[in-house]
Each structure stands twice: as structure tokens, then as C-alpha cells.
Design a protein around this ligand. Sequence first.
Ligand code: LLP
Length: 417
Amino acid sequence: MNHFHYVKNELYCEEVPVREVAEQAGTPFYLYSHATLERHIQRFRQAFAEVPHLVCFSAKANSNLAVLRVFVNNGAGIDIVSGGELYRARKAGCEPQKIVYSGVGKTEGEIHQALAADILMFNVESEQELEKIDAVAGASRKKARIAIRVNPDVDPQTHPYISTGMKKAKFGINIGQALYQYRKAAALANIEVVGVDCHIGSQLTKLSPFVDAIAKIRELVQALQQEGFATRYLDLGGGLGITYADETPPDFEEYAQAVIDATRDLGVTLIFEPGRVLVGNAGILVCRVLYTKKGEVKNFVITDAGMNDLARPSLYGSYHGIIAIDRSRTETLTADVVGPICESGDFLAQDREIPAFRPGDLVAVTSAGAYGFTMSSNYNSRPRAAEILVKGQKILTVRRRETLEDLIRGETVPESL
Ligand code: LLP
């Protein structure tokens, strides 16, 4: 459910015609719906209302400060993976006690910053990281709260690049070694064990991998509790998928019921790190058709957004809907929708039946709110797109379009050249 809809063949975001935003902001731009963001976080939290829980939005999916603020205003915490995301979470007003920190490569400096901020907990991904956190905490006379990220060896049945919970993945500690690592953690002077963590992958469209993972992790939590560990938190990561084309992922209530049933007796506070499911369908990428061209074997629609703006189609072969902002014209054509980047892999859609676009037409690339702007780059020296938030009738610029000056910020030509 989202708040992008047509009124008399004209695409609206909430109460604003998207065309009006394009006239104000220029193209390309990301457009987010405030009402959709709020609805998603409120429904997710509501689904778990009967059990103690904390929802930490995964900032990597969309780290715009205004988006983070909407979640924080609605009681959420934030899941971070870098010092940069910690900085953003704090700027967005997130309480440190609602921040969890995952990631396989936390640096000493980042660990130090997170300890100084007094975040809720570190999700530890290796034995050496555990030792490093202990050392950094000791040096600053602090105790670090930790959970160990356990790798339950479950196949999430998603794209291999975004599968994280299998034995061959770089993430977490294999479940077979977890008890040994926990005992080791308990013996470290500056570490306080507070929970167990796991995240098995992203864009999961079935419940069974979640249920299988929890079944394995339950045994670990119970073994830890028997040994006297105070495992207060069970962090189940993110991963719930969305509909890009015709996927039918479980809804929040189905997901919540399965999780609650499998964890109710453990006496823990559940933590979740949803990213995509909260923001994916709350955002679109709006661009303009520059040219159309008929190749010998293919038609091309060339837009002013490319793989530097939205990398997912090029990187994962991901599907995003391509729709017209003005859908009064009904003819269609089969074409590749491509950007201006000098790479053959620069496409937003391939061999797709789409409206018969003409130069100047506005196009919406749908379900682009997650891993859209955050994965964008300046490749080909293209300033990054603006980000706009619509709230009711209001058009709010939450990140201005980059300028040419932004492109070279931080660069110098040494005098000796
Ligand atoms: N927690 C951890 C530890 C994660 O690694 C991730 C995502 C999440 C939470 C949030 O997962 P979500 O709820 O969004 O599925 N760039 C890829 C997705 C990479 C996901 C990385 N980790 C894409 O565009 O599909």
C-alpha cells in the first residue's frame, strides 16, 4: 500500500501532481511519500504490539535525514553499519539507546565513536572484532554491550548478492561456534553480553527461511540462558521483501505472527532491522525522456537518469516498474529504458513493454525508495539527484540537487602540477 495514485490519468504523490514537483525541482529526482513512510512504520510496530520489541530502521536502505526523522518521530530506532550512519542517526535525533551497530568491518575509530555515543549494542561479526571492541572499551573505561551475529546456515532463496545467512557468507559467526564465542565474550572484562543477533538476507518473499532460522537460533538462546547469560535481546535483522513486479511477500501481520509464535516463550525483547519493507514502495525515481531511438534489433528510450542514479537494475538485474506520469496516451512499445552513462550495463529496464514515450515525457521508476539514492554515485561526473518528500499538499526538498561545485568538493590540484 502506498500513496502514489492516478487522478484523471495524472500520477499524484499524496495530494500533489508529480508533474508539479518535476517543474519545481527539475529531473531526475527521488520522490518519497510521508504518509506511506508513516503508515509502514506504524503498521510494522503495531504488528508486534503484543510483545516487547524495538524496530531499528536499517539506514542503509535510505539514509536521508528527513526519512530517518519520520521513523524516529514514530518511535523507531536505527540500525547502522558505519560511523557515517551513526552520525546521521544522531543528526536525525535518534536516541543512542535505540541504535544497533552491525557490519563485518567496524574500525577502531568507529567502535570508539559508537561507545562514546553509548549505543544500545554492537552486533559482533567475528572473534577478532570482539577482541577489538573489548580493547577499545577498556581504553575508554566503558563496557560494550554486544550480541553475536550468528549465521544459522539457512538459504533465504533470494538473489545471491543479498543472501547473507549461509555458511559461505562473510557475515556473522557460524552457529556451531557460537557457544564457544559467547563463553569467550563473557570472560572479557569490558564486554557485556546482552543478546543474540541474526540477519539472513534481503528481499525475502517467503516466511519459511525466517522460521527455519529462528528454529535454529532458539536452541542457542535457550542454551545461553541455561548457562546463565542475560540474553535480553533477540535481534532478527531485516529482510522482509516487497512487491516490485508480481512477488507476494508475507504482510507485516503474517510475518509478526510467525515470529511471535516462535519466540514468545524466550522472554526476550525482539529487535528488528527492516529497511526495504519500510521505504521501498514509499519512493519513486522521476526522470525525463531525452530521446527515443530505433536500433536494428531494439528500441531505446533514453532518460536523464542512469545507473549512477539507480544502480539496482544494472547490479542485480532487478525489476522496477516504468510508468508514465501522464498516462492519457495508450499506445505501448517494447524497449530498453537506458541512461546517459557510457556503459552497456546502464539500463533501468530491458525488453519491457512500456508506454510509447516521446522526448520530454516524464517517467516514474517505481519501488525506488530503498537502496536507490543511497547506492547512487557521481559516475560520469553526474551531480546526484534531488530528494523530495511530499507531505499532504506540501513539497519539501530534503536534499537539494548537487551542483558542479559539489562534484569537485575536496579535490585540489597541487601547485607542483
Ligand atoms: N540488517 C542487516 C545486518 C543488513 O545487512 C541489512 C541489509 C538489513 C538489516 C536490511 O535489510 P532489508 O530489510 O532492507 O532487506 N542493495 C541491495 C540490498 C542489500 C541489503 C544489505 N543488507 C538491494 O538493492 O537489493
